[in-house]
Design a protein around this ligand. Structure first.
Ligand code: TPP
Ligand code: MG
Length: 202
């Protein structure tokens, strides 16, 4: 029997994580696919453990947005030394297809985290979904990578990263960073975290 688990980020990053940790530790054979729209969408986009810093959510409505930080689920899974962990995005379908094929051939606990731009929750026109997805990769805020045999490989590192604000600006959930005036401190912090991530990559 092939077991495929399909959940949102609410379960994968939060509600279900202790049970999943137990399943990985037992080396059960399953493929876990997480649709990560960075919030509890079904109940009205409250913040989840996957919500990025400063995003507006149903319950983080101030000028600073969500005060917390996105949980590093990729690293948490990788620390269990499972068979496979990968990040994907629909806007990069070849990278996505290759990772699904690879995951299908392996045995043991396998995770694929799909960043899922969400018109309702992130507040943008659905026609921008692919553009936003591509900017997530090009800005470096959503690194496409995979973990196999104890090693992390970046499958599509952005050659020349575009400023992360190009990604943020397209989404109403970050509008308070630009209006009524630019929040330079928060924008610099978000950019600084992306820069620090890539500086650590050989
Ligand atoms: C243990 C538990 N707590 C709360 C709920 C109520 N609930 C139903 S859907 C949902 C949101 C789930 O968010 P996510 O997993 O990110 O999926 P999305 O709706 O964003 O696709 C919540 C909190 C639940 N079903 N189970
Ligand atoms: Mg969600």
């Amino acid at each position: 029997m092939q077991v495929v688990t399909l959940t949102g980020d609410g379960a994968a990053y939060g509600m279900g994580l202790s049970a999943t940790s137990g399943a990985i530790e037992r080396n059960l054979d399953f493929l876990y696919i997480c649709y990560d729209n960075e919030g509890y969408g079904n109940t009205g986009q409250q913040y989840s453990d996957a919500t990025p810093h400063a995003a507006r959510t149903a319950i983080s409505r101030g000028m600073m947005g969500f005060p917390g930080y996105k949980k590093p689920l990729f690293d948490i899974w990788a620390a269990h030394r499972p068979a496979y962990v990968a990040t994907v995005i629909g806007a990069e379908p070849l990278d996505l297809a290759r990772k699904i094929e690879k995951a299908k051939k392996l045995k043991g606990p396998r995770l694929i985290i799909a960043l899922s731009p969400c018109p309702t929750g992130w507040d943008f026109d659905p026609r921008e979904s692919v553009a936003i997805g591509k900017l997530a990769v090009k800005s470096g805020i959503w690194p496409l990578k995979e973990y196999v045999d104890g090693e992390v490989v970046h499958t599509k590192p952005p050659r020349k990263r575009v400023p992360v604000e190009e990604y943020l600006q397209k989404q109403g959930r970050f509008a308070h960073l630009f209006q009524p005036q630019r929040n330079e401190t928060l924008l610099a912090e978000i950019q600084g975290r992306v820069d620090a991530y890539w500086e650590g990559i050989p």
